[in-house]
Design a protein around this ligand. Sequence first.
Ligand SMILES: Cc1cc2nc3c(=O)[nH]c(=O)nc-3n(C[C@H](O)[C@H](O)[C@H](O)COP(=O)(O)OP(=O)(O)OC[C@H]3O[C@@H](n4cnc5c(N)ncnc54)[C@H](O)[C@@H]3O)c2cc1C
Length: 477
Amino acid sequence: MPLKIATLDNHCTMLSDQVLEDFLRQLRGVVIRENDPAYDNSRRVWNGMIDRYPAMIVCCAETSDVMATVKFARTHNLRVSVRGGGHNVAGKAVCDQGIVIDLGRMNSVEVDPEIPSVRVQAGARLADVDEKTRPLGMAVPVGVVSRTGVAGLTLHGGLGWLLRRDGLTVDNLLAMDVVTADGTLITASATEHPELFWALRGGGGNFGVVTSFEYRLRPVTSQVWFAAVLYPYDLAQKAIAFWRDYMATAPRELSSFCVLRGKPMQAAGQKIPRQPVVAFLACYSGPFEKGEEAIRPLREWATPVADFSGPKDYHLGVQRLFDKDYPPGRCYYWDSLFFDDLDATTINCIAAHAEQCVSSLSSVNIWALGGAMNHVPPSETAFGKRDCNFMVAVEANWEEAEGAPGNIAWAVDLVDALRPASRAGVYLNFPGAAAGKLSLVKGSYDGNFAKLQSIKKRYDPDNMWRGNFNILPECDG
Ligand SMILES: Cc1cc2nc3c(=O)[nH]c(=O)nc-3n(C[C@H](O)[C@H](O)[C@H](O)COP(=O)(O)OP(=O)(O)OC[C@H]3O[C@@H](n4cnc5c(N)ncnc54)[C@H](O)[C@@H]3O)c2cc1C
């Protein structure tokens, strides 16, 4: 049966059986279409709010499948999306009526202990990397939930428990293999296609399909000191101010965020008190014997309602601690803002608004940035917000799709209220309204945007990679 499929310019075309057969013959992976029993499962992403119907999902088995699919899409001018781990909240990994280039089966992780470095295929999850680096006492600085895809997280920056010591995930990249819009495979590194290497370190999926990432490894002790201290919500304002001041002088080996849960929590697997709380979470990745002291002020600030702090296995404990709180299929809307500082007005606004959340699963998480991330000049990579000291992530999380209007409105209202005091743009891994607003994407890159546009023009002049947080190619004249 001929296949009706969307084109890049939002029209539809028909692909004949012969054209499809010729394409399928080139692949080692499988193609899933609407009549396939695996279709419904394969088109789903982590966020249960996303419900898109691609014309076909190409489950790539190897890089040559990616190249063949890109050439095929290019020849027929087809709409494409790229799926790494499928965890982006905006669901950009899946497109309606087009082709999904699904990298999920390309998930090998190979460690080179000599450099030391690790080569990670683009369908891998954070847990796949942790599993291979753990025996070496090493880690890649990635995010804090182990099922997240490495690819999307890396391409938009990457914030996690080693952030202040080792920088963003992109700061630990040595090279990437990339299939460009004409279907050729190139390597981007400091010496090969250095401009593309610059752009991919924050510029997202705008420049091609990254098939593998090579990261420098960082040493991590197998046990690290982890703080998880819960205080009563009525101390929220004071707690945020204390935490802000403590993080300003804390050692860079301490990465932390402050979490506001305005409704009694239902966190999985922990004996959480049934009351609203403000929590300090922190991981100390310096010498183990110094960790208890580094987290002590966070534990002794006031009388906690619960304290789950202590030594934890970095890879199997800390990195997986929150996995159960973020199951696939639940409904999510996440937004974010960057701040140079948290003044009293901002703190009051956050504390008052977080308490009004609709769902007990929702939270506001304030990340302390700084440290190694700040030591890289903002122009060194495409990522735009290195010089900010805090990021506020607003997480609306709820169970039933019908709850969307109220839960999203809660998040949007808070972001709107905070926006005047914040820096422009968002963290594109927690994209909120940036999913459909080019001005927010532009603002996210600060002074790097014009350079990104000119690199886009060179590597993707026809804007083939547009179903993402899109950077339009620089226009002539
Ligand atoms: C539960 C949870 C926890 C999270 N925690 C953190 C955290 O601690 N720190 C943090 O920084 N972020 C965090 N995030 C955000 C996360 O980084 C983003 O959702 C990220 O996009 C996930 O990557 P992915 O590969 O799963 O995304 P996907 O949804 O597969 O892809 C998102 C987009 O990235 C691009 N893309 C993906 N793969 C490729 C590729 N190989 N080549 C080119 N473009 C590609 C495409 O444009 C795609 O649409 C978290 C997300 C979730 C759901």
